[in-house]
Structures are given as structure tokens and as C-alpha cells.
Design a protein around this ligand. Structure first.
Ligand SMILES: [Zn+2]
Ligand SMILES: [Zn+2]
Length: 715
């Protein structure tokens, strides 16, 4: 008997699967399609994280089972490689991002292949490839033409020390710059914005048509934050309120303020009481919400009461009165803001707009896309708050496509989220130069059947991409209104100490080391086993070894001599296991699927004389989605020449494998002749029973079955 040599097995099958091109999804295939999407990563210099490995291995098991069930599965992967992290990493390493990114991608890809992830690599995409971002820019041009991309002054984060604009994630909660530690400021600057607010209602309504987990829906609903109320005028100040019935109790008006609170000196009239009331500046009123002003009703609102008590403002107790509504006009407010869509950094998609002194803002003609990002040796921030692209005069200077006069290119680039807005469409047709993807392929594959990703992307990426997709639907590009039929999230993997993995804590687990030591099958199965998929969970080295021992036991048991025939109990147990793995994977309960396989092995160990080759094969088929390398090797050692991953998934009638009603009554013409233990082969065993044979004696019969209870042979 050979030892379990994971390294040799995994190297062999990695090559073999590539040679056989085993995981290719076929456009337009007659089999039912299943589009399984996982979030594509930013390929960081640190390589694959065990968190990526967890999500992708678990979903890989899902993809493999679906293929075995006869689906044409699309399970693709690509790289979200523009953005600040890549730019900062390149600066730190002193290597240009255009060189860093391909290296990091190569590392990630090799790691994915070593894990046995069944991605269809022929569909790989990279958001920094000009052939890709040509279409990111094309989408921007369409938005611009419909008035959904516009410029406006907004407050941006500015570090006076580094003389650069900062993204929100670069400003620490205490207001300092995360890199230099100096205080940052907010200052107004012209930015590009996308009018996502025009889609607020559609994005809300769309949620009713999709299957997202409850927390995902709730977070999106809260983020959009629709409130129905009224606008009421206090002289020239408009306030928004959801409680117009308390208008008579309004004893002050509060307006948004970033600086000191205080009385403005202005008095306005309460339209219900006719009384003059003071206007105060208050920090608790947000400029970005509603009209930026509220009516202060201390008798009914806790914050208004606190403010009134602090500043000794009158409090009037009143009864709420619906007739007060006559003083206002119905209004709807949203928490959702328009999306700031420009950055003043180098490593991003140039915004395809030209500034002409005659024609104003002109989009670059589609025939001239992509506007390629020029190579810049020094790409540090410019020091003026402008993008470093502003320094390349020969690039900035261009001609206006409308009037032919000299014009200037927009020098802002797009934010991190731009490339991920629509990437899942490009997988269908990643080399198409005429359109995002062919209509036919989009019609075949869309919408995504299951989108699995991080909980941290619910309000930004998920909402942004739904918005862009809805827009593309309205202009006739994509076939459906919603991109993702189903959305589920996974929990993050913490370090062994229960803290977030970080270099500074020294608690980072490198997946490569686990693969080297125990093999990819162990890493995959451990990460599925470590806890409920949706929950945050800490790494545990001892448990990794436990999974490794389990796989070694599987190996040993499958190398031994098998029973000539499987016992009914062995058959029933393996059928039950396969059904359990089936239903668990379907609802993403990977941990209990692995646990059941472990239980089965415990039973097998004690009942080796009951397990025949047919049962061994069923077990291996059931394990194949989770431990693809080892099962492929065992499958071939059992004498099979084709891949286990192209076999049919074993399906069983759940009644036949349930623990209940384990004794089945066998009748001939309604008379009880035999009682047998239930199992997948119950009918056959009944026919073989001497007690039954006697009465059938070769006659023609039909069979009536009450699953798990009764079989009646009627002559
Ligand atoms: Zn700074
Ligand atoms: Zn012009």
C-alpha cells in the first residue's frame, strides 16, 4: 500500500486538469447554465490570503457539485488591479505599478491553481488592461451623455503636509493622514460625480425581485435610507421632517454647521403658531441630509430636547395633530448621496472627457477609446491637489472632437470601484473589441445565479454595480434589470489569536505553507470545516492537523481490500452521506458536510467487512467537490480512466436513506410476507427474499411503493 503523498498527487492532477481543459464553460451550451460568481481580488503583493482561499474553495466545491449535477457552470476569475493600494505598494517597492501588477497577478494565479480551484482561465480579465478599461470608459461616456456623470464642488480630504488629496480610507478616525500622521483638512474641489440618487427608488424596488440574505437587504435599504415626510417653510428656511404633526411644538430651527454651535441672530415664524422662533447653528444637523435644516421640537425629539436644555430654549408641550400637515408639502429624502467618481491619483482609468473653451465638456468619441493611461516615471501626487497626469503637457493638450480647436484632457482618474462595476459581464467575451460582450452571450449567461462575497462590500460595490447594471439595462445593453439573482456573504478568517490577520501582529497564515505541509485538499477541507461559512472564525493549527489525519484515513481505507458485497447498512449510510453533502453544499453549510464525511469514516473503520467497491465509489464521488485532488487519484486507482469531476452526482431518494421507518413491510397482493431494513436497494432485496419469491413464482406483477414504509407486489 502506498503512502498518501499529497505533493505528488496534487502536482500531477494540476497539470493533467490543465491539459484536459476540464473546467471550461461553454457559451450557449444546451445544458442548463449556472453562473457562479465570487468577488475578484485586488492582487496585492502579499499574495493570496487564507480568506480568499476559504471563500473560493467553498464555492469551488459548489461549482464542482453543480457540474456533476449536469450544469454548464461558469466559475471565472480576474483581477481588480487599479487603485490606491497598488499605487502605494509600487511606491514602497520603488517599482512602477505597470510592472508590479503583472507579477502579483502571476503569483495569485499560480496559488489558485495550486489550490485546485476550477476556474475557467480562458476567461481571465484584468481591469488595468487597456482593452478592458476601454469599456469602463465607454460606460462613463454613456453616463455622461445621459447627464448622469457631472462635475460639482465637493469637500475633499486634503493633507497640507503631503500636499495631496486623500481618499476617505486614508484618513484615520481621529482626522489624521494614515501615512504621515499629520492632521488633514476638508476643502472644496471640483469633482466628477455619478447620479446614483436618480436610481434610489429603482435600487430599492429591485431588492424585492432578488434573493439576497436578510442582512444584505437590510444594509442596502438603510444605506439608501428613504424617508417620506414633509418640507415646511419657516420664512425663507425650508426644513424636512417626518413628524409634521408636531409642528406646533417647534420652538427653534437648527441649521447644519461644521463650526461652533450658536444663535445666528435670525428669527423666523412658525407657520402653525405664528410665533417668532430663533435659528440656531447645530452640529447634530447634517448638511448632507435633507435640506440641511430641521425644526426643533424639544417635546418630541430627544436630540432637540438635549439641545434646547443646553441652550435654554423654550420647550412647549403639545398634542400631535395631523391637521398640521396643511402647512407642508410632501417630500422624500434619501441617505444615499451621489457618488464621487474622481480621484487625483495616477493608477486608475483616465476619465474620457476633454475640456474645450468653446464647447465646454466634451466626451472622447467612442472610436478614440481607450484613452490610455500614459506611462509616468514619477507618479507621486502633484502637490497642488491635481492628478499627476496634469504635469504631462503633451498628453493633456489635445483637440476638441466637436470644433477641432485646442482643448485639454481631463486629468482625474476613476476610483477603485470603477472596474468592478461591470467585470462579471466581461468574462463572457473577454476579447471582444466591438462591445462589452456579445448580446447572445449576455443573454445566455445573465443574470448571475449566485454571487458570493464579503460582507464589507454590501453598501458600496454591490450597490454601485447594481446601479451601473440598471443603467446599462435601460440603454439596452444588458438583458435583465438586476445583475445578481442571489447574494450570500462569508465571514472573515481571523488569526490564531482571534485578531484580524496583520503583519504587525505577526499572526498571518500563509496558505502556501499549509499547502506545502499538508496539501491543498487539507487546506480546502479545513477552511470549509472551520466554522459556519457566514461567520467570522479564527484559525486553528490543531484543527488543520485533524483534517489532515482524516484525509490520511480516507486514503488508507480506500487502498485496502473491500468487501465482495456492500451490506444494506453500508449502502444506506453512504446514500445518507451523499444526500447530506448535497443539501449542505446547496445552502452553503460546508462545515456540516465535512463533519458528516468524518462520521462516515469512523463507521467505515469499524465495519470494513461491510463496505464493497460500489460503496467506496459513492463515497469518493460525494467527497470529490471538497477534496478534488485526492478523490481524483483514488478514482483513477479504482480503475477509472475518465475524471471523477466529470461523473454524475449520485442522487438518492431521501425517503430511502432516512433513519425513520427503517423497517419496510413487503407485501404480495396486500398480504405481509416479509419485513426488511430500508435502504437504496430495498426493492431488489425484497425480490430476492425467499419468502417473497415463493409467492411471486415468476408471475407478472406491478409494484406499489410507499417510500420508507411499504412495497406491495400485485400479481
Ligand atoms: Zn500626509
Ligand atoms: Zn470644442
Amino acid at each position: 500500500m502506498t503512502k498518501y503523498d499529497h505533493q505528488t498527487i496534487e502536482e500531477k492532477w494540476t497539470k493533467e486538469w490543465q491539459r484536459r481543459d476540464l473546467y471550461r464553460a461553454v457559451d450557449g451550451d444546451k445544458k442548463p447554465k449556472f453562473y457562479l460568481l465570487v468577488e475578484f481580488p485586488y492582487p496585492s503583493g502579499a499574495g493570496l490570503h487564507v480568506g480568499h482561499a476559504r471563500s473560493w474553495s467553498a464555492m469551488d466545491a459548489y461549482a464542482r457539485k453543480k457540474r456533476m449535477e449536469g450544469f454548464n457552470v461558469l466559475y471565472p476569475m480576474g483581477w481588480d488591479a487599479f487603485g490606491l493600494p497598488a499605487e502605494n505598494y509600487a511606491l514602497k517597492m520603488g517599482v512602477h505599478p505597470s510592472k508590479v501588477v503583472p507579477n502579483n497577478i502571476a503569483t495569485f494565479k499560480e496559488q489558485c491553481q495550486n489550490l485546485g480551484l476550477s476556474f475557467d482561465w480562458s476567461r481571465e480579465i484584468d481591469t488595468t488592461d487597456p482593452k478592458y478599461y476601454k469599456w469602463t470608459q465607454w460606460i462613463f461616456v454613456q453616463l455622461f451623455k445621459k447627464g448622469l456623470a457631472y462635475q460639482a464642488e465637493v469637500l475633499v480630504n486634503w493633507c497640507p503636509n503631503c500636499k495631496t488629496n486623500l481618499a476617505d480610507e486614508e484618513v484615520l478616525p481621529n482626522g489624521t493622514h494614515e501615512r504621515c500622521g499629520k492632521p488633514t483638512e476638508r476643502r472644496p474641489q471640483k469633482q466628477w460625480l455619478l447620479k446614483i440618487t436618480a436610481y434610489a427608488d429603482k435600487l430599492l424596488k429591485g431588492l424585492e425581485t432578488v434573493d439576497y440574505s436578510e442582512d444584505v437587504k437590510r444594509q442596502q435599504i438603510n444605506w439608501i435610507g428613504k424617508k417620506e415626510g414633509m418640507e415646511i417653510k419657516f420664512d425663507d428656511i425650508k426644513v424636512f421632517t417626518t413628524r409634521p404633526d408636531t409642528l406646533a411644538g417647534a420652538t427653534f430651527v437648527a441649521v447644519a454647521s461644521d463650526d461652533e454651535e450658536g444663535f445666528t441672530g435670525q428669527m423666523v415664524m412658525n407657520p402653525a403658531t405664528g410665533e417668532k422662533i430663533p435659528v440656531w447653528k447645530a452640529n447634530y444637523v447634517l448638511n448632507s441630509y435633507g435640506t440641511g435644516a430641521v425644526m426643533g421640537v424639544p417635546a418630541y425629539d430627544e436630540r432637540d430636547r438635549e439641545f434646547a436644555l443646553k441652550h435654554k430654549i423654550k420647550i412647549v408641550e403639545i398634542e400631535p395633530d395631523e391637521s398640521m400637515r396643511k402647512y407642508g408639502t410632501p417630500a422624500v429624502m434619501y441617505h444615499l448621496r451621489d457618488w464621487v467618481f474622481s480621484r487625483q491619483h495616477y493608477w486608475g482609468e483616465p476619465i474620457p472627457i476633454v475640456h474645450c473653451s468653446k464647447c465646454g465638456l466634451v466626451s472622447v468619441p467612442e472610436s478614440q477609446l481607450p484613452v490610455e493611461l500614459p506611462y509616468l516615471e514619477k507618479y507621486e501626487p502633484s502637490g497642488t491637489g491635481e492628478s499627476p497626469l496634469a504635469k504631462i503637457e503633451e498628453w493633456v493638450k489635445t483637440t476638441c472632437s466637436k470644433c477641432g480647436e485646442v482643448a485639454r484632457r481631463e486629468t482625474d482618474t476613476m476610483p477603485n470601484w470603477a472596474g468592478s462595476n461591470w467585470y462579471f459581464i466581461r468574462y463572457f467575451d473577454n476579447k471582444n473589441e466591438q462591445e462589452l460582450a456579445s448580446k447572445e452571450k449576455m443573454k445566455y449567461w445573465l443574470p448571475v445565479d449566485l454571487y458570493q462575497g464579503g460582507a464589507e462590500h454590501i453598501t458600496l460595490h454591490l450597490l454601485y454595480s447594481r446601479f451601473i447594471y440598471r443603467f446599462l439595462h435601460e440603454i439596452g445593453v444588458v438583458p435583465t434589470a438586476e445583475p445578481y439573482m442571489k447574494r450570500r456573504t462569508h465571514g472573515i478568517v481571523l488569526g490564531p489569536d482571534g485578531r484580524k490577520m496583520s503583519k504587525s501582529f505577526g499572526n498571518v497564515i500563509n496558505p502556501d505553507e499549509i499547502v506545502r505541509k499538508y496539501g491543498a485538499d487539507t487546506l480546502r477541507m479545513y477552511e470549509m470545516f472551520m466554522g459556519p461559512f457566514g461567520q467570522m472564525v479564527a484559525w486553528n493549527d490543531t484543527a488543520v492537523e485533524g483534517v489532515y489525519r482524516f484525509l490520511k484515513r480516507v486514503w488508507v481505507l480506500t487502498q485496502g481490500e473491500f468487501a465482495i458485497q456492500s451490506s444494506p447498512e453500508a449502502k444506506r449510510r453512504v446514500a445518507k452521506l451523499v444526500n447530506k453533502i448535497d443539501t449542505d453544499i446547496e445552502v452553503l453549510k460546508f462545515n456540516t458536510a465535512v463533519a458528516s464525511a468524518m462520521e462516515y469514516i469512523n463507521w467505515w473503520q469499524d465495519h470494513k467487512d461491510e463496505v464493497g467497491k460500489d460503496t467506496v465509489e459513492k463515497f469518493i464521488l460525494g467527497l470529490a467537490p471538497m477534496a478534488p485532488f485526492m478523490t481524483e487519484e483514488i478514482w483513477s486507482l479504482l480503475g477509472n480512466t475518465d475524471s471523477i469531476h466529470q461523473q454524475k452526482w449520485p442522487k438518492y431518494d431521501p425517503e430511502l436513506v432516512s433513519d425513520e421507518n427503517r423497517i419496510v413491510v413487503i407485501q404480495v397482493n396486500g398480504k405481509v410476507r416479509e419485513r426488511l431494513e430500508n435502504g437504496p436497494d430495498i426493492e431488489q432485496r425484497a425480490l430476492e427474499s425467499a419468502k417473497v419469491k415463493k409467492y411471486l413464482s415468476g408471475a407478472k406483477y406491478r409494484t406499489i411503493i410507499v417510500p420508507g414504509k411499504l412495497i406491495n407486489f400485485v400479481i
